[in-house]
Each structure stands twice: as structure tokens, then as C-alpha cells.
Design a binder for this molecule. Structure first.
Ligand code: AMP
Ligand code: ZN
Length: 134
């Protein structure tokens, strides 16, 4: 994808603050971080989203995230950590190259990454389950 900014960053054509790299992935600091240390796991090959990325590449991305998360806990002293992965503009994806957000969390960091719960009835939940399983 010649016009994809994350392809260019992942493959080193555009400089970034890289905190991890191997043959298949680059992990960079997000330019608009939610918190100190917010990073993005970028596959070097272009996949738009979760629907396109092969399962084994996704598994490798998870391994990279786990390694980086441990480093963040050790080096940044974060109190918690969110893994976030958006797919489609309806879900908040703005860069259409698969990426996994690693967001270190700190007590009272003022961020709001969790969702607002809704209250479906038990019948509605069963209907949703049946739609998924049907
Ligand atoms: P998403 O909304 O899941 O698509 O996330 C895109 C993320 O990429 C946002 O958190 C942006 O701050 C970040 N971002 C966009 N462009 C760059 C860039 N050139 N370098 C680093 N992070 C970027
Ligand atoms: Zn790309």
C-alpha cells in the first residue's frame, strides 16, 4: 500500500519513536498518546484490520504486545494497561492499517477508555445469542 502512512512507518521509510522491532513488526510511540508510553504494534505487511490480518500474524502481534507490556510495567511503572484494537470507522479506527494500541494506565490518569454499559433484557440477550449462533 504505497499511500499508507503506517506501511511507511512500519518499514522505516518515515522515522518514528520505535521501542521494539523484529522482522514482522515495529512498535512505535503514538503521536497523540492517551497516556505516557501509549504505543502501537504495527505489522510490516499491510492488513486493513482484524478481518484481513491472518490469525497467525495476530497471534504474533499479541506476543509482541505482551513483551512490550512487561517492559512498560518495569520501566514506566504503570499501574495497569489497556490493549485496544479498533476496526472500522464505526469503531473509531482512523488509520486503516491494522494496529494494536498498548495503553499504560496510571491511577488517576484521567483517561476514559472503558465503555458506557447498557441494560438489555434477558430476552434480548437470548435473541442476540441465537442470532450469533443461528
Ligand atoms: P485508531 O483510531 O485506532 O485508528 O488509532 C490511530 C492512532 O494512530 C491514533 O492514536 C493516532 O494518534 C496515531 N497516529 C496517527 N498518525 C500517527 C503517526 N504518524 N505516528 C504515530 N502515531 C500516529
Ligand atoms: Zn499499510
Amino acid at each position: 500500500m504505497s499511500d499508507c502512512i503506517f506501511c511507511k512507518i512500519a518499514n522505516g521509510e518515515i522515522p518514528s519513536n520505535t521501542i521494539f522491532e523484529n522482522d514482522d513488526f515495529r512498535v512505535i510511540l503514538d503521536l497523540g498518546p492517551a497516556t505516557k508510553g501509549h504505543a502501537l504494534v504495527l505489522p510490516k505487511k499491510h492488513y486493513a484490520d482484524l478481518f484481513e490480518i491472518p490469525a497467525d500474524t495476530l497471534a504474533e502481534a499479541s506476543k509482541v504486545a505482551k513483551e512490550v507490556a512487561a517492559t512498560m510495567k518495569k520501566k514506566l511503572g504503570c499501574d495497569g494497561l489497556n490493549l485496544v484494537q479498533n476496526n472500522g470507522s464505526a469503531a473509531g479506527q482512523t488509520v486503516m492499517h491494522f494496529h494494536l494500541h498498548i495503553i499504560p494506565r496510571y491511577v488517576n490518569d484521567g483517561q476514559h477508555i472503558l465503555w458506557k454499559p447498557t441494560s438489555p433484557s434477558p430476552e434480548e440477550l437470548v435473541e442476540i445469542k441465537n442470532t450469533i449462533l443461528g
